[in-house]
Write a new protein. Structure first.
Length: 239
């Protein structure tokens, strides 16, 4: 009796560098277990192609010409729940790793990874596992440990100075881009810090106060600072 052929993993490749896409497509073709069913070079085209193709995996760069891969990840997973997202990037940044994780990604890999290891990682994620590049594991675990000490009731929070700079601007209703420009940060860092703030202060508290205005107490080394939130009509759309 003949063995049933193994169905290849259908993959959407998202990177704005043509040379990178060509190299990866050659790698996957040689591997034989991963089939590139489409390519995209921007957030907009990545979302459109994911909806059209419904791939098993989206291999996604973190920075794209029209925005962040994190935005693309959220939109893709919101419309394609059976698709898994893996980030393949040059940035070994713990904030970026955690932001992609909060967005629903199943993997974060650096472009220094070997070809065989990349194929195995894709197979693992397609099989239901999550993958994190060893080069960022230590710093991410340390950051997660610090987050685990936070008290959502605001009694023993450990927000970093950067997060304390960002949250008041979030409460004023400024967009990630406006905050990034004002503070000289990347939009990815702003996204992560806002997510951390929601975790520390209590997401339900943030949502209830933002619905019709109100305030949120933020514990700082100098005491409690009250962040006043605008009504939902003045707030930007969720990221």
């Amino acid at each position: 009796m003949l063995e049933q052929a193994v169905k290849p993993i259908r993959l959407l490749l998202v990177d704005d560098h043509e040379v990178v896409r060509m190299g990866l497509e050659t790698l996957f073709h040689r591997a034989g277990t991963v089939q590139v069913v489409g390519e995209a070079t921007s957030v907009a085209s990545a979302v459109a192609e994911a909806i059209r193709l419904r791939p098993d995996i989206v291999l996604l760069d973190l920075r794209l010409p029209d925005g962040s891969g994190i935005e693309a990840c959220r939109e893709i997973l919101g419309t394609c729940p059976d698709t898994h997202v893996i980030f393949l990037t040059s940035f070994a940044d713990e904030n970026a790793v955690l932001s992609t994780t909060f967005a629903g990604a199943k993997g974060y890999l650096l472009k220094t990874i070997g070809g065989t290891a990349l194929v195995h990682a894709i197979q693992a994620v397609a099989g239901g596992q999550s993958i994190l590049d060893p080069a960022v594991t230590g710093s991410v675990l340390a950051r997660m440990r610090s987050l685990s000490t936070m008290n959502i009731n605001g009694q023993s929070t450990t927000l970093s100075p950067q997060e304390r700079r960002i949250l008041p601007l979030v409460a004023e209703g400024k967009t990630n881009k406006e905050i990034a420009t004002a503070l000289g940060l990347s939009e990815t860092t702003v996204m992560f810090s806002e997510l951390v703030g929601s975790t520390v202060l209590g997401r339900s508290s943030c949502q209830s106060t933002s619905a019709e205005g109100g305030s949120i107490p933020l514990q700082t080394p100098g005491g409690i600072v009250t962040i006043r939130r605008r009504s939902s009509r003045a707030r930007r759309a969720p990221i």
